[in-house]
Design a protein around this ligand. Structure first.
Ligand code: ADP
Ligand code: ZN
Length: 814
């Protein structure tokens, strides 16, 4: 007898075994999809993990319903990596499968299908397919269960698959936005000059602006050479122009700009040579290459603006030339339009972007292209979940901005860290790995010191740019001496005026969104709370609404206090919206833009704000930490941090490290051209160690001092953290459960256990929360501890009253 073990997309601890016949045993391979029955009535698509001849002991193996593939769609190497993730992060292989694979490849009973309105040619359909097609003429959606009933047979997935292949139906996507192509900005001559075609006259007009003349000449050269629309970004890069020159030509009416749509997946040919490296970059590149031969794991610690991206590009080019695949991990795809544009210029149609916001069809397409090692998917740019893709021949992984927290997935399982998982992936696939940052995480720097990663440093900014000059402004003092206008110190206003006078741009950073986050009643002191979560609601001025940032609850701003009914609600604190209003009042002659979560909800909002800031249509850009992420604007000479204290005081053991990283990163947006930039940080605590370390750019000192704290308070990198979270809608139930678990943990783990305790926000989406944290010394065998936790979890879940309590494990919760 032959059997297969199947990974089902469910949180089951064990794999399920199914029986197959001898012909199937010959045909089937690990990584193919099969449709199997599960439980009384359900069917699932699963992936074959193993083929063998051992009957399961505890139950009779059932037969599979159907085989969906002729070739594996998941590779054996991939499964090995998933296994590591599942063991290390204590989740099921099924949970990894679900996170890894586009759900269109995992049809199951609950999947909903809809008809494809473009399909008309019914003659192509078999009888059963036609029945489904016909049913969809009467009902807009059908579940797979329903289809089973219509055809009165259990095995319907093959028909569904064939209907999908023929384009008759689509899988309904509830949570995914529809894919729309991105917009690219182009420039052309304005109508007047296009008509006269008098180049000489045009050049004469610009005789006193040599840079603009030069730009016009480049424009005509490009126009004559390509006879195609001229994209703004590529044109500026290629001819080493300044955006301000183009802006002047637009303002004077010589040029005009327009936008066209471009298919995101189908990039064109590469249009730009990767730049020649300077001597510092070259030295770094050589060092990286030599470490690749020994450790294979390199951390590139290069200051902001040192040109790390260009070094990556050279390494990528070398891998692509050898026919290898390259994975380029970024913290958030939505925030990397500038980077992707640059890579598209260098690598053209060899680049594929894997994005969870893309439609299912596109994600399936990228998956298939990587699996088949197609040339158009040799360089894959993606956020954390791209580590799950079916690489065939991976040569290099780049982890950009390795310190970013968005590499960690917190919910749902698998709760993995993409940087750490990428290190394992690189080892398993014999690929090299390069992680880059201007502010290494404490974990990474520790790994460098331990010799796990080789360090390559790059201390000079590219070109003649210097690191900005950073100054602290003492707010306590400024308020006392009445030197404040709204939230602006005299000093900040003064340097803003200077910068604007010189036609330079300004970025203002405020670590909060919304207008004035908290609303408080001046009579009774109560703040309106979210009905579903234990948190105060946030005031959003433009919508005149109170909103919950945890569950999305929104209500109109009440006129009177909901508790004491006095009309005395007022706003406390201050966010980006209020900052924007203040700036507009203070600088009525300048254009102000805002970038935060609320202004970048739509898919292209972020891109639009970035492009118009880049094109210098905005003078002052106000925003949240989004502004700290890898943006490159040449004309920004000043960055102002409105208040450094709220991030320093955040109740988290990483708050200081994160503040250092954030402040250095936002500062890094200033002064990327020849003139040295300025950064002004306003604070009530100018003597704070972290702020001192930011101003002197003293990473090493910050690192050493943080290590002392981490050791004293038992935190990583000296201890490992495993966090258990229990959730239930009944407070008493979760409380009891957490007491039971606390006792049980203490029996085994003694004083490594912290809690149970309610987190800062004790209820979210109507579920009460309790947490337990294990702080494990590094010399403990982690696999043994994890086995013990699993045992306790199994016992916990065998207790009737606790069965409905959610039990989440988060390993390396940093
Ligand atoms: P980082 O990622 O290290 O902050 P970037 O890669 O964004 O730095 O580089 C900063 C700026 O310098 C970019 O505008 C980039 O185009 C430019 N630059 C870096 N290296 C080179 C080079 N070798 N030739 C031309 N321009 C470069
Ligand atoms: Zn809420």
């Amino acid at each position: 007898m032959h059997y297969i073990d199947v990974i089902l997309p469910l949180p089951l601890q064990k794999l399920f075994t199914y029986e197959i016949n001898p012909e199937e045993a010959v045909f089937l391979q690990i990584g193919m999809r099969v449709v199997v029955p599960f439980g009384k009535r359900k069917i699932y698509t699963g992936v074959i993990f193993n083929i063998h001849q051992n009957a399961p002991i505890a139950y009779d193996a059932r037969e599979i319903h159907q085989i969906l593939d002729e070739n594996p769609i998941v590779t054996v190497k991939q499964i090995a990596h998933w296994q590591w993730i599942s063991e290390y992060y204590m989740c099921s292989l099924g949970e990894v499968l679900r996170a890894a694979i586009p759900s269109a490849l995992l049809l199951q009973s609950e999947t909903i299908i809809i008809k494809n309105p473009d399909f008309t040619d019914e003659k192509l359909l078999s009888d059963n397919e036609f029945l489904i097609f016909e049913a969809l003429q009467h009902q807009s959606t059908l579940s797979i269960d329903k289809i089973s009933a219509i055809l009165s047979r259990k095995t319907v997935l093959p028909f569904i698959k064939s209907l999908l292949d023929k384009g008759v139906i689509k899988v309904k996507e509830v949570i995914y936005e529809k894919y729309t192509p991105k917009l690219i900005k182009y420039i052309r001559l304005s109508e007047k000059w296009e008509r006269t075609e008098n180049l000489q006259l045009l050049l004469d007009k610009l005789s006193r602006s040599p840079k603009q003349r030069e730009a016009i000449l480049h424009f005509f050269q490009t126009k004559n050479a390509t006879k195609k629309p001229i994209p703004l970004t590529a044109f500026v890069k290629k001819n080493k122009l300044n955006y301000s020159v183009i802006k002047a030509l637009l303002d004077k009416g010589f040029f005009e700009s327009y936008t066209l749509q471009e298919d995101r997946i189908k990039a064109g040919e590469s249009t730009l040579q990767i730049p020649v490296l300077n001597k510092f970059q070259n030295k770094a590149l050589k060092e990286i290459k030599s470490y690749f031969k020994t450790t294979g794991l390199v951390a590139l610690y290069g200051v902001t603006g040192s040109g790390k991206t260009e070094i990556y590009a050279h390494l990528i080019e070398a891998e692509l030339a050898r026919g290898k695949q390259v994975l380029y991990l970024v913290p958030e795809i939505a925030l990397t339009t500038q980077l992707i544009q640059r890579l598209e210029l260098y690598f053209g149609d060899r680049i594929s972007v894997f994005h969870s916001r893309y439609s299912m069809n596109e994600r399936v397409e990228v998956w298939q292209n990587i699996l088949k090692n197609k040339t158009k998917a040799r360089l894959i740019v993606g956020a954390r979940s791209a580590i799950f893709l079916p690489f065939q021949d991976l040569g290099l992984i780049v982890v950009d901005e390795e310190h970013e927290t968005s590499y960690k997935q917190y919910d749902p399982a698998p709760r993995y860290h993409a940087r750490d998982s990428a290190v394992v992936l690189a080892k398993q696939m014999y690929a090299k790995l390069l992680m880059g940052t201007a502010t290494p995480s404490i974990e990474t720097y520790t790994n460098i010191e331990k010799g796990k990663y080789s360090l390559v440093s790059l201390k000079e900014r590219y070109g003649k740019a210097l690191l900005p000059e950073i100054a602290l402004v003492n707010l306590t003092d400024a308020y006392r001496r009445k030197r404040m206008t709204g939230h602006f110190s005299e000093r900040l206003l003064q340097v803003m005026q200077e910068a604007l006078k010189n036609k330079e741009q300004v970025i203002l950073f405020q670590n909060r969104r919304g207008y004035a986050p908290i609303v408080e009643c001046n009579s009774c002191g109560i703040s309106p709370q979210c009905p579903n979560c234990d948190v105060s609601l946030t005031y959003h001025k433009f919508q005149k609404e109170l909103r919950c940032h945890y569950c999305g609850f929104a209500a109109p701003m009440p006129i009177e206090c909901p508790a004491c009914h006095n009309p005395s609600l007022s706003t406390k604190g201050f966010g980006t919206q209020q900052l924007e209003s203040e700036v507009k009042e203070l600088f009525p002659d300048h254009k102000v833009g805002r970038m935060d979560f609320d202004t970048t909800r739509g898919k292209y909002d972020y891109h639009r704000i970035i492009s118009s800031f880049q094109a210098q249509e905005i003078d002052i850009l106000v925003g949240t930490q989004m502004l700290s992420k890898g943006l490159d604007f040449t004309n920004v000479s000043l960055v102002g941090v409105m208040n450094a204290d709220n991030m320093l005081n955040f109740p988290d053991f990483r708050a200081h490290e994160r503040s250092f990283q954030m402040l250095v990163q936002v500062s890094g947006r200033a002064g990327r051209s020849e003139k040295r930039g300025k950064v002004i940080i306003q604070t009530f605590n100018p003597n704070h160690r972290i702020l001192q370390q930011v101003t002197t750019n003293n990473y090493k000192e910050m690192y050493k001092e943080q290590l002392v704290d981490r050791w004293n308070y038992k935190y990583p990198p000296y201890y490992r953290l495993i966090k258990i979270t229990l959730k239930h809608k009944d407070y008493n139930r979760v409380n009891q459960a957490s007491e039971w678990l606390g006792t049980s943990f203490r029996n085994h783990f003694k004083d490594w256990v912290l809690g149970p305790a309610a987190p800062a926000i004790g209820r979210v989406r109507n579920l009460y929360i309790k947490e337990l944290i294990l702080k494990l010394p590094l010399d403990q065998s982690i696999p043994t501890v994890k086995k013990q936790i699993q045992k306790i979890k199994n016992h916990f879940q065998s207790i009737g009253e606790f069965r409905s309590v959610r039990f989440n494990v988060d390993v390396d919760n940093y």
